[in-house]
Design a protein around this ligand. Sequence first.
Ligand code: SF4
Ligand code: SF4
Length: 179
Amino acid sequence: MAKYGLLVFPERCTGCNACNIACASHNQLGVDVSYNRLEFLETGTYPNVKMEILPVQCQHCDNAPCVSVCPTQATYKREDGIVAIDADKCIGCKYCMAACPYEARQLNEKRVPEKCRWCPEMLEKGEQPACSATCMNEVRLFGDLEDPNSQLNKELAKHEVYQLLEVKGTKPSIFYVKK
Ligand code: SF4
Ligand code: SF4
């Protein structure tokens, strides 16, 4: 069984927003909804300042607070590592939204707190999630963390990486390459 993960190369990101548009199109999101935001971070002190663009989405946490707080098990962790939502079980309490330290969830038009799904219907066809498939700058390397020969694991071995809000103990499935 695969265990999916993502390696993000923030330095390659130009902020073109193609990933976000592909995600919105694939998931038929409303104009105010985004599962895939870009954070623009200014680092350094004037005049030596730099802008870093950080793509942020659901981290598909291994120790996901949204899963543990959900009273109906509408939010659950799949064996392949994807944190998924069963909309039929969701009662709209929004506990998962409050528990997520990454602000990854947004209410859809049915008042279900949705988020990145890693496009499982594309994975079943052997394709990449819409965001990874679209990014021309290869910012988002998606793959199988359980496969020692996956490109993902080869690149993880080459780079120093970090995870967002590691102190929270959420154990994200997304890694970011350090500058
Ligand atoms: S990033 Fe937020 S919504 Fe995604 S699995 Fe982690 S806690 Fe849940
Ligand atoms: S809003 Fe839905 S998915 Fe979120 S915790 Fe409540 S029942 Fe679970």
